[in-house]
Design a protein around this ligand. Structure first.
Ligand code: PLP
Length: 415
């Protein structure tokens, strides 16, 4: 029976492979249609429009960024406007800075620079974002995986680890529409993260709100004010929150933001003022003009949703069509963000990705959602359906489903 299914699937696979497909589901990039939604930005702020209050945006200075834009983002994050600073185009750069500044100089709560600590460890909810893990790996910080469920990381495990080990200096978190599972941390999880006792006095949580307004439904997620929660619990400097307009306007030419306690912001700006005389305020003014206000951002995000929600639906339908009748795979149905996490039969993710590649569908390498690229179960595959046109998403997902099934079948036959 199984052998018959395998030969049937293999025949179908060979026919597909002969089609010479060239499809790409690797990276969470906005599609050209999404970029077009922000085309007007290319003409902003426009000739003659360069004053924001007393600031001439064309000149040096203003390290914390333009108040006009900061207040819009502050409203979206639910924090005071003076608790958000605006920087250049990538929140990943802010995250890299936060960790490197800590390594070189220590945080305001550190006894010494992190580089002078004998061992450094970092908690990594998994599956997670590969570029986060690249930063900690590059800096020689040992990564400890913690399971991530649909409402947040395994908090019993997190509390157990951080309360005992002072070398654990921090944790990566994507609290809303996590990359790649779409998980949204619930209130209880957020409260435990804010309150938990840590052995390290300078413990930090990188609170990466990359998808804070990136809804796939009509509703926007509730955004917890983590700084207030942490301050109430006696840990005022615990959270480093970041976000950006990379997937709101232009991924290569947006604005990034950092929100934290006054002490954290002053510390950060103290170091950035040494490496730059100020961020690109012309682009910040352009963004302020483009959005108008926080509701302008929300309205804009609903237009993104119109473009990408059908792709997520098509992806789910294709996977269900191909895999629904077999008990060999599960996949997430995110309500926002950019990714679907596909879980295949243990030990077959690498083979599924290989088969897909041979058939002309590029996927992120199996294991990439894990520290050091190692998924111990070889089970997770991150799928990114936003970039290709709708019809290609359908075809590519069908190929992925077929490959997962074929790999499962061959695995079972080999046992
Ligand atoms: N954080 C997460 C969770 C992401 O998924 C991404 C991009 O995929 C980024 C950050 C990158 O953000 P930026 O473009 O602001 O550097």
């Amino acid at each position: 029976e199984l052998a018959r299914l395998e030969s049937q699937l293999a025949a179908e696979y060979d026919a597909l492979a002969d089609k010479g497909l060239a499809l790409d589901l690797t990276r969470g990039k906005p599609s050209p249609e999404q970029l077009d939604l922000s085309e007007r930005l290319l003409s902003l702020p426009g000739e003659g429009d360069h004053a924001a209050g007393k600031t001439d945006v064309r000149n040096y200075g203003g390290g914390a960024g333009l108040p006009e834009l900061r207040s819009i983002i502050a409203e979206l994050l639910g924090v005071e406007a003076d608790r958000v600073i605006a920087q250049d185009n990538a929140s990943l750069s802010i995250m890299y800075d936060l960790l490197t500044f800590s390594m070189l100089f220590g945080t305001p709560d550190s006894q010494r620079a992190w580089k002078d600590e004998p061992v450094l460890r970092w908690l990594c909810p998994v599956p997670g974002y590969d570029r986060h893990f690249n930063i900690t790996e590059a800096l020689g910080i040992e990564m400890i995986p913690v399971p991530l469920g649909p409402t947040g990381p395994d908090m019993d495990e997190v509390e157990r680890l951080v309360s005992n080990d002072p070398s654990i200096k921090g944790m990566w978190c994507v609290p809303i529409f996590a990359n790649p599972t779409g998980a949204v941390y619930d209130d209880h999880t957020v409260s435990r993260l804010a309150r938990m006792a840590t052995a390290a006095p300078d413990f930090r949580i990188v609170w990466d709100n990359a998808y804070v307004v990136h809804t796939l439904t009509e509703d926007f997620p509730k955004v917890p004010d983590v700084d207030t929660l942490a301050a109430e619990a006696g840990h005022p400097n615990r959270f480093w929150q970041v976000c950006s307009t990379s997937k709101i306007t232009f991924a290569g030419a947006g604005v990034s933001f950092f929100s934290a306690s006054r002490a954290n912001l002053d510390w950060y700006l103290g170091h950035t003022s040494v490496r730059s005389i100020g961020p690109n305020k012309v682009n910040q003014l352009a963004h302020a003009r483009f959005f108008g206000d926080a509701d302008g951002v929300r309205a804009h995000m609903l237009r993104h949703r119109e473009v990408i929600a059908p792709k997520f639906e098509a992806a789910a339908a294709a996977l269900a069509h191909r895999l629904g009748e077999y008990d060999v795979a599960r996949w997430t149905r995110p309500e926002g963000g950019y990714f679907i996490d596909l879980e295949v039969v243990d030990g077959t993710a690498t083979e599924t990705v290989r088969l897909a590649k041979e058939a002309g569908v590029a996927l992120t390498p199996a294991g990439s959602a894990y520290p050091y690229g190692k998924d111990p179960e070889d089970r997770h595959i991150r799928l990114a359906p936003t970039l290709p046109p709708l019809a290609e998403v359908e075809t590519a997902m069908d190929v992925v489903g077929l490959c997962a099934l074929l790999a499962a079948c061959r695995g079972a036959l080999a046992d």
